[in-house]
Design a protein around this ligand. Structure first.
Ligand SMILES: Cc1cc2nc3c(=O)[nH]c(=O)nc-3n(C[C@H](O)[C@H](O)[C@H](O)COP(=O)(O)OP(=O)(O)OC[C@H]3O[C@@H](n4cnc5c(N)ncnc54)[C@H](O)[C@@H]3O)c2cc1C
Length: 384
């Protein structure tokens, strides 16, 4: 039985952000960290995009960043200049490789390619069993989604689900300085669905057809809408270089309901995916830093919870999308046409002031929201 000070289960976005933050913090000077991950993390399995102010920790491996973008909804293009913010695109393989390089330089981090099969806590430590070994640690960070999430529960569940093509065109078809966050011109009827376009050059772009909806669709359905969208943009001559598919939970499930001072959930398993948008990458970095601040101050990390007001906002947003899925286009049109992009980013980053919240909430004023608010009151303002 080998003992570590910290064990991280899962070397995905959350586990790796936390490893990097631990390394940077100085906490590993006289402490040992073990990372347990069954896969080699040598595949480019997703493309992460996120916004952040000015420069960031991953700029040296970012594929592309944009200062200007648009939302197309209700036949209107809403253009935005991100000012101090940049929207950045990072391939997962570049992130994994950069983290592996950093880990290799730190003698107090051990990475074992093993799958965790059991994790038991007692008063003094946590015992972690894998397919190959057993380890002890006083603190475990766990990326595995709690099984209760998959049980029937009263939470509102939707998915951000999508399929995308990385395409190459013969002729210049894209403005490489300008990305499309959501284009509702081509939609699957009665759903919140849109196309997302990330041009890397005039002849290359990642084009994804995306839903915020309760039900997943067949591959052919995403492909049909991708083809329709490209035709609408008069892009007829292209090669598909690679594909990307994903399903991200958008849920009001109470991920904070697993308080333990020794096993701390991280990432998707901790609700770090913003319920109303599906974004998580930057949250993983932010939340990892919060953990470090708590550890350094010797505070109980089981007290780290999502701010309550955002649980209420997210729940009502999900309620509207669940009960009136066709209303998404109106909703995003209202939000992006009536608020500057910096205010929207601060709100989605859960850093907004009450005044900013009110401005965003008032801009969404509509009968589906009134009904969602009444249902929320009726359910006793329950956040999960
Ligand atoms: C295709 C796709 C694209 C996305 N794009 C974006 C985006 O553009 N922007 C954004 O902000 N978010 C995006 N997301 C959402 C979110 O950022 C990612 O899902 C992110 O990877 C979540 O981080 P995580 O660490 O919780 O999960 P993961 O990155 O999935 O990592 C979990 C890790 O745990 C490991 N694991 C599982 N079981 C065990 C076990 N028993 N023992 C040990 N290890 C285990 C897995 O192998 C995996 O490596 C995307 C998600 C997907 C699926």
């Amino acid at each position: 039985m080998v003992t570590f000070d910290y064990i991280i289960i899962g070397a995905g976005a959350a586990g790796l952000h936390l490893s990097m933050a631990l390394k940077k913090s100085g906490l590993l000077k006289n402490r040992k960290l073990l990372i347990l991950e069954p896969s080699a993390k040598d595949r480019d399995d997703k493309t992460w995009c996120y916004w952040e102010k000015n420069s960031g920790n991953w700029d040296h491996v970012v594929t592309k960043s944009w200062r200007k973008g648009e939302i197309v909804a209700k036949d209107t293009a809403i253009n935005f200049d991100l000012k101090n913010y940049r929207y950045k695109m990072l391939r997962s393989i570049d992130f994994y490789d950069a983290c592996k390089d950093e880990i290799a330089q730190e003698k107090n981090i051990l990475w074992a390619q093993e799958k965790v099969t059991d994790c038991q806590e007692n008063q003094a430590y946590v015992c972690v069993k894998t397919n190959a070994n057993t380890y002890n640690s006083s603190l475990v960070f766990d990326s595995r989604i709690p099984s209760k999430f998959y049980d029937q529960n009263d939470s509102i569940h939707l998915h951000q689900h999508f399929k995308g093509w990385y395409i190459q065109t013969k002729k210049p078809c894209f403005d490489a300085d300008f990305f499309t966050m959501m284009d509702f011109t081509v939609k699957d009827k009665n759903t919140t669905s849109f196309t997302y376009v990330l041009p890397v050059s005039q002849t290359e772009a990642l084009v994804e057809f995306t839903y915020f909806s309760p039900d997943i669709v067949a591959d052919q359905t995403y492909e049909h809408h991708l083809k329709t969208y490209l035709k609408h943009r008069k892009i007829n001559n292209y090669n598909i270089i690679s594909e990307e598919k994903g399903v991200i939970p958008m849920s009001s499930f109470d991920f904070d309901a697993f308080p333990s001072s020794r096993i701390h959930k991280i990432g998707t398993a901790a609700g770090w995916v913003k319920a109303s948008t599906g974004y998580a990458f930057k949250n993983c970095e932010r939340k990892s830093q919060e953990i470090i601040d708590y550890l350094k101050a010797d505070k109980d990390i089981s007290k780290l919870k999502k701010p309550l007001k955002y649980k209420h906002y997210d729940k009502m947003f999900l309620d509207v999308l669940k009960t009136r899925n066709e209303f998404g286009e109106d909703l995003f049109y209202k939000m992006y046409s009536q608020n500057p992009i910096e205010r929207i980013f601060r709100f989605l980053d859960e850093e907004s002031t009450l005044t900013e919240d009110l401005k965003i909430i008032l801009s969404l004023n509509s009968s589906p929201f009134h009904h969602a608010f009444l249902r929320h009151l009726k359910r006793g303002l329950q956040t999960s």
